[in-house]
Each structure stands twice: as C-alpha cells, then as structure tokens.
Write a protein that binds this ligand. Structure first.
Ligand code: PRT
Ligand code: MG
Length: 225
C-alpha cells in the first residue's frame, strides 16, 4: 500500500437517523465533532473536526457491504442487519465492540386476537412476512414450526392487516407502531443493539489511527447512558 493511501482519512460508514444520532456522543467522547447533519445536508461524505476521519452516509443495510469491501474502514450497524448480511457473506467482518446504541427487540407479532399459540401447536403452516428472513427462518426452525416466509422491504406491520401473512418478524422499540396497527408482540426473537464493525485489512494496515478510536468507542459505550 502506498504512503499516500495510508495518509488518507479513515472512513466511518453510518446510516442517518437513530444510528447517526446515537453515534454523535461516542464521537464527541473521542474529541471529534461533526458540524453538518445528514438530515439537512445532501452531502454523502461528511467531514469531521479531525482531518483523520470522514463519515459516509449510506442505507443501514448497506453499511456492512461498504466495510466488507474496504470502501469504509469501519462502520456501525444493528445486529439485525449484521445477521442478515452474514448469512449471505460469511466471515470477513471484525466486530470488536457492542456499542449498546439503537437498542430494540426483534419480535414475532400478530393481529390482536389471533391465537398464535394454537396456530403453532396445531402444526399448521404459518405465513410470516419479514425483512429479516434469515433470522426468522432460524427462529422458527429452532421451534420446529413450519413457516412460509414472505420477504418484504418495509411496513411489515401492514401484512397481517390485509391478509398477506399471519405473523410478522419485525423490530419493536416503544411498541407504539404495533399498538397503532392493532398488533401485539407474541414472542421475542433477539435483543438488538448496534455494533462497531471493522474491515480486516484496515485493522492491519491502519492500526495506529484505528485502534485509539475503537478503544474510545468501547470506553464511551460502556459508560451508563
Ligand atoms: O429506514 P431504512 O429502510 O432506510 O433502513 P432501516 O429501517 O434499516 O434503518 P433505520 O435507520 O430505521 O434503523 C437502523 C437500525 O436501528 C436498525 O437496523 C436497528 O438495528 C435499529 N433500530 C432500533 C430500529 C428500531 N429501533 C426501530 N424501532 N430500526 C427500526 N425500527 C422500526 C421498526 O422496524 C418498526 O417499524 O421502528 C418501528 C417500531 O418502532 P416503535 O417504537 O413504534 O416500536
Ligand atoms: Mg427504518
């Protein structure tokens, strides 16, 4: 690798919204400030107060891809996203720190009044709509329940209301969205938080710049919120 490429700033991949917002205090703890917000700026590459670090703003589910291919040295992604990514791209991503941010639960939810236990025990084939097909497949296989999985890309909550599915597997944080749509969570699949992920080659070749930031993230995320 040429000295010039070692000199370029580190690139951290983030998604806008809750992950960006909850990452800002972790960067502040490392003494790094970000003056532009991805909500108001249309820039996809954001500078920081450190000439050693720039941010790129990508879709949450694209963060692992940018890091795996080395287009970003490191990134922050939810375990939900990482689990689905790993199923298609085994190995490759180093995950040194659970940042304890963007916490929620991956749940099975159904229409209020739908007898989920009975449906499961009768051995009937359940139709389940989800964005998280790998996590859902593994969950129902563990339970020994037959399911037909229907892949959706968003608004899972609609599926049981219009007869597309009996159940959904989706993220729940306050429960407000389920409630507003007359749905209820009937089973937990996993606790979700976001992890720092690091490109393996960057970790080897750019240790001097990366390791202090990884250590700072680890310290800041261990502090009580
Ligand atoms: O929105 P987009 O399609 O671009 O991508 P995304 O939904 O993957 O990104 P984003 O920014 O919404 O979420 C990024 C990460 O935040 C996810 O990968 C999770 O790890 C984490 N996270 C934490 C959540 C939630 N909490 C959450 N509540 N992601 C999504 N939600 C959604 C959920 O899917 C449901 O529709 O919020 C709704 C429920 O919220 P409550 O509060 O009503 O229960
Ligand atoms: Mg979203």
């Amino acid at each position: 690798m040429s000295p010039a490429s070692l000199d370029r700033p580190l690139t951290l991949a983030l998604s806008k919204g809750r992950i960006f917002d909850e990452t800002m205090p972790l960067l502040e703890a490392a003494g790094i400030h970000v003056t532009e917000s991805p909500e108001s700026s249309r820039k996809l590459i954001l500078p920081t107060s450190s000439s050693d670090l720039q941010l790129i703003i990508v879709r949450a589910s694209d963060v692992p891809t940018y890091v795996q291919y080395g287009a970003a040295d490191f990134g922050i992604a939810g375990k939900d996203v990482l689990f689905e990514h790993a199923a298609d791209h085994p190995g490759g991503l180093y995950q040194p720190v659970d940042l304890n941010i963007a916490r929620c639960r991956l749940c099975v939810a159904v229409r209020k009044g739908f007898d989920y236990e009975a449906a499961v025990h009768q051995g009937s084939r359940l139709r389940v709509a989800t964005k998280y097909v790998h996590a859902a497949r593994e969950h129902f296989a563990r339970k020994g329940v037959y399911v037909d999985l229907i892949k959706l890309y968003g608004s899972m909550e609609l599926a049981p209301l219009v007869g597309l599915a009996d159940a959904i597997v989706d993220l729940v944080s306050t429960g407000g969205t389920l409630k507003a749509n007359n749905l209820e969570a009937v089973e937990d699949v996993a606790d979700i938080s976001s992890r720092l992920i690091v490109n393996q080659a960057s970790l080897k070749t750019r240790t001097a710049k990366l390791q202090p930031l990884i250590d700072s993230f680890a310290r800041a995320s261990a502090l009580p919120a």
